[in-house]
Design a protein around this ligand. Structure first.
Ligand SMILES: [Zn+2]
Length: 305
């Protein structure tokens, strides 16, 4: 009887096993993307990265969907960008479907640079672009090798970062198009990852997320605490207009955003500068976010949704 109680305790204290998120493999994906060069729409790096992501998804997913669309740039008359969202589906016939997304394009201009001459240069986007993709590609491998009980949709949005500062509607083109013309049945909820590779990762609660899906926010930050993921901070700090906003406002998907907007810290900012490079990112940071996402997929499915 005592032994039985012991095992029962052991079972409940550890919970069911979840697969291991390989942070070094994820960081390798971040480096691969940066090696392609800047990935702003139309660039050489952009097409190389698109090809790379599709091939990775095809290795593991049950279904890969390419969603192509055009976007007219309001800054340049008659300039149209041909953009592409990429979606990988796992267990697409399950009744309960969730979604984890990020943007894969990088900003065409380093407009936050102190150095004026560099402000027209495209950024390498190690954190702002490559970090979310890196986590999601490692999740694709895990999902391919460990079939989930729920349906999981991994989504790479294009055209998030071509916007004009202060004009929200010029940002998030991929999520906007996805929300208007959903290529998959609408998921139960969605988690967007953006700027999750910062070496000094600090993830407070983003305020729109708290408004759109307070239950999921509380669940994830509490779980992060249980797992000892110290980058997560339960204080709500800033509201960022990111891909979760069109998902919620246009399609009604209760979406949240995991974002570290203070890159690297409150006193310096590499955001939209030439310093957004792999040296300022780390495998450990990708690992914290990746572990939480794996836990969300495989541990939460045993709880009551
Ligand atoms: Zn950005």
């Amino acid at each position: 009887m005592k032994i039985f109680v012991f095992f029962l305790l052991l079972f409940f204290s550890c919970g069911p096993d979840v697969p291991k998120f390989d942070e070094n493999r994820a960081f390798g994906h971040l480096l691969t993307q940066c090696d392609f060069g800047p990935r702003n729409p139309g660039s050489e790096g952009y097409y190389a990265c698109l090809d790379f992501m599709v091939k990775e998804f095809e290795k593991y997913a049950d279904e890969v969907i390419i969603q192509e669309f055009s976007y007219k740039d309001p800054r340049i008359r008659k300039k149209t960008h041909e953009l592409t969202n990429v979606i990988a589906r796992f267990n697409p016939n399950a009744e309960l479907q969730t979604m984890i997304s990020c943007h894969w394009d990088t900003r065409p201009v380093a407009d936050m640079e102190d150095n004026r001459e560099d402000r027209n240069q495209p950024i390498i986007g190690a954190n702002d672009g490559a970090s979310g993709v890196a986590v999601i590609l490692e999740l694709a491998r895990i999902l391919g090798e460990n079939s989930p009980q729920i349906g999981v949709n991994l989504v790479m949005f294009d055209g998030e970062d071509m916007g004009i500062p202060g004009e929200n509607e010029t940002y998030c083109q991929g999520s906007r198009y996805f929300a208007k013309y959903p290529p998959i049945p609408l998921p139960y909820e969605a988690i967007n990852l953006d700027m999750v590779g910062d070496k000094q990762l600090h993830l407070p609660i983003e305020k729109y997320s708290l408004e759109f899906n307070p239950e999921l926010v509380r669940y994830l930050w509490k779980r992060a605490d249980d797992l000892g993921l110290d980058a997560f901070d339960m204080t709500p700090q800033y509201a960022i207009y990111d891909d979760h906003v069109p998902l919620y406002q246009i399609a009604g998907i209760p979406a949240i955003d995991l974002i570290d907007f203070k890159y690297p810290n409150p006193y310096a900012n590499f955001w939209h500068t030439m310093d957004d490079t792999p040296e300022n990112c780390s495998a450990e940071s990708l690992g914290q976010v990746g572990r939480l996402m794996v836990d969300y997929i495989y541990y939460r499915e045993n709880q009551n949704w």
